[in-house]
Design a protein around this ligand. Structure first.
Ligand code: 5GP
Length: 188
């Protein structure tokens, strides 16, 4: 396999509504497989309790984020629930070029952009067992304001409606079952 082929096939995208458990799934995947690298996104939202700059996200001021957009520093970026989120380009390209699998945990608009620029990236949609269950999980997190929760719930409906665009849909009802499915899907 030449470098260009690896470059095209190593990119895996995980999308799904806020609160569906993407973060937990992705964390487990990278812990068990050192050949998978999780891209650290940049965002303009404030850190939640326990979130560390450079580990969970690069927390940027709006101005700095916008400068990076102008410099073409993002592979994709999108606005979500009033904040900007983006995948820094350089590190992803570097990791792909040395044959690593790169995982992007991003929302729907970003996944759509990647679909255009990386046609061979494999895209998985993580779906909740039901909308009610999702609402329970988002409210249970209790770190977001009521406004933010409502924005995320509205957005979740929009994302769930788009799930058929994806290469695979994994329902996160039981975490071990969901993990098994994802492992199988990203094996190649
Ligand atoms: P949260 O604020 O809950 O950490 O993330 C909100 C949403 O933004 C989630 O759906 C998450 O997957 C998505 N997200 C995180 N990083 C990125 C990114 O780099 N690009 C895009 N498009 N979405 C992202």
């Amino acid at each position: 396999m030449n470098a260009m082929t690896m470059y095209k096939y190593g990119l895996k995208v995980i999308t799904g509504p806020s609160g569906v458990g993407k973060g937990t799934l992705v964390k487990k995947l990278i812990e068990e497989d050192k050949n998978i690298w999780l891209s650290i996104s940049a965002t303009t939202r404030s850190p939640r309790d326990g979130e560390v700059d450079g580990k969970h996200y690069f927390f940027l001021k709006q101005k700095d984020f916008k400068n990076l957009i102008k410099e073409d520093g993002f592979l994709e970026w999108a606005e979500f629930a009033g904040n900007l989120y983006g995948t820094p380009r350089a590190e992803v390209q570097k990791k792909l070029s040395i044959g690593k699998k790169v995982l992007l945990e991003i929302e729907l608009d970003g996944a759509r952009q990647i679909r255009k620029t990386f046609k061979d990236a494999f895209q998985i949609f993580i779906a909740p067992p039901s909308f009610r269950e999702l609402e329970k999980r988002i409210r249970g997190r209790a770190t977001d304001s009521e406004d933010d929760i409502n924005r995320r719930l509205n957005r979740a409906k929009y994302e769930i409606d788009a799930q058929s665009e994806f290469d695979a849909i994994v329902i996160n009802d039981n975490i071990d079952t969901a993990l098994d499915e994802i492992r199988r899907l990203i094996k190649t």
